[in-house]
Structures are given as structure tokens and as C-alpha cells.
Design a protein around this ligand. Structure first.
Ligand SMILES: [Zn+2]
Length: 66
């Protein structure tokens, strides 16, 4: 199993969020413990950044996906 796959294993408090870019309005799905910066596909604005734990989400969270 590669390290990348291992990072995707869900922990109980993890979640995916539907986040709306505050700049262009495009919606993206972001993992709450993302270990990489997530950029908007529409305009390149940073939507989430890793903090070592739970990712900091900069966009507007529309809803949590279970
Ligand atoms: Zn955008």
C-alpha cells in the first residue's frame, strides 16, 4: 500500500465537505484532513490548506458529506 493510499483511510472524525469557492462560486469536495493544498478548479483560489491535523478550509462550507 502506498503512503498516498494510506492517507485516505477514514478516521471517525474525518469527513468530506462540499465547499464553495468564495471567489468564483465553483463547488469542490474537500477532505477534512487533506494533507495537500486544495485549489479551486475554476480560478485557482486556495480552498483548503494542511495544518498537520484538520485542514483549514477557506471556502464556504455548504454541507458535510457522509
Ligand atoms: Zn474559484
Amino acid at each position: 500500500m502506498s503512503p498516498k493510499v494510506k492517507q485516505l483511510i477514514l478516521t471517525p472524525s474525518s469527513a468530506f465537505y462540499k465547499v464553495k469557492c468564495t471567489k468564483c462560486g465553483m463547488e469542490s469536495i474537500i477532505y477534512s484532513y487533506s494533507t495537500t493544498k486544495v485549489k479551486c478548479e475554476g480560478c485557482g483560489e486556495i480552498l483548503a490548506a494542511p495544518t498537520g491535523g484538520k485542514a483549514k478550509i477557506y471556502g464556504e462550507i455548504i454541507k458535510r458529506l457522509d
